[in-house]
Write a protein that binds this ligand. Structure first.
Ligand code: CO
Length: 210
């Protein structure tokens, strides 16, 4: 059996087992999804949203990209965000980075990577904002890990800057925003920042006519 065929046979076994545990499982989920969470995570194969949070199909709406960025011109992310907030009415949006992130590491080098340059330039901007703090750390690992945390914090701010989030905060007092970082070495998620619905933000980014 080739590697990809193994995936298909795993899938059959999983579906069979799921049906045995809960015979109504697929029928129920096929009817609707009511996730409480939107997860914005890194594409890294070692950080699967549902596995590391012990959640089942139907519980988390997921968007993943390199280094879990919220970029205000990314129509893909914005579409996912709008749908999750306005239609699914999620209560929490989680941005989850991870220590040892290749995207963060790449952004801290001067290497030319091709088209990915455009994407990770967003991370370089965050590095520039916090250069003094990051460069004061002694090891490369510490510097990468700190930028990973600051990146998550910045993406939480980027969410709060959107009219999608501000409108939901104003009219429905949700969703709460959570910035987390997952540890590849111990499997533990560390919460690094939080913005409750309605949190104060820099007025420069605040819309007053939502
Ligand atoms: Co990553």
């Amino acid at each position: 059996m080739s590697a990809y065929e193994k995936l298909l046979s795993n899938n059959k076994a999983w579906a069979r087992q799921q049906n045995e545990i809960d015979p109504g499982f697929f029928k129920r989920l096929a009817g609707q999804q009511e996730p409480d969470f939107l997860w914005i995570g890194c594409s890294d194969s070692r950080v699967p949203a549902d596995k590391i949070t012990g959640t089942d199909p139907g519980e988390i709406f997921v968007h993943r990209n390199i280094a879990n960025l919220v970029v205000n011109t990314d129509i893909n992310l914005l579409s996912v965000l709008q749908y999750a907030v306005e239609v699914l009415k999620v209560k929490h949006v989680i941005v989850c980075g991870h220590y040892g992130c290749g995207g963060i590491k790449a952004a801290m080098t001067q290497h030319h990577f091709g088209i990915i340059n455009q994407w990770i330039k967003n991370i370089k901007d965050i590095y520039r904002l916090h250069r003094e703090e990051i460069d004061s750390l002694l090891t490369e690992k510490d510097r990468v890990n700190r930028l990973t945390e600051l990146n998550v914090q910045e993406q939480i701010f980027n969410l709060a800057k959107t009219s999608i989030i501000q409108s939901a905060w104003k009219h429905e007092q949700r969703p709460h925003l959570h910035g987390w970082v997952y540890g590849l070495e111990d499997g533990i998620i560390k919460p690094v920042c939080e913005m409750e619905a309605g949190s104060a933000m820099d007025p420069i980014y605040e819309y007053d006519n939502l």
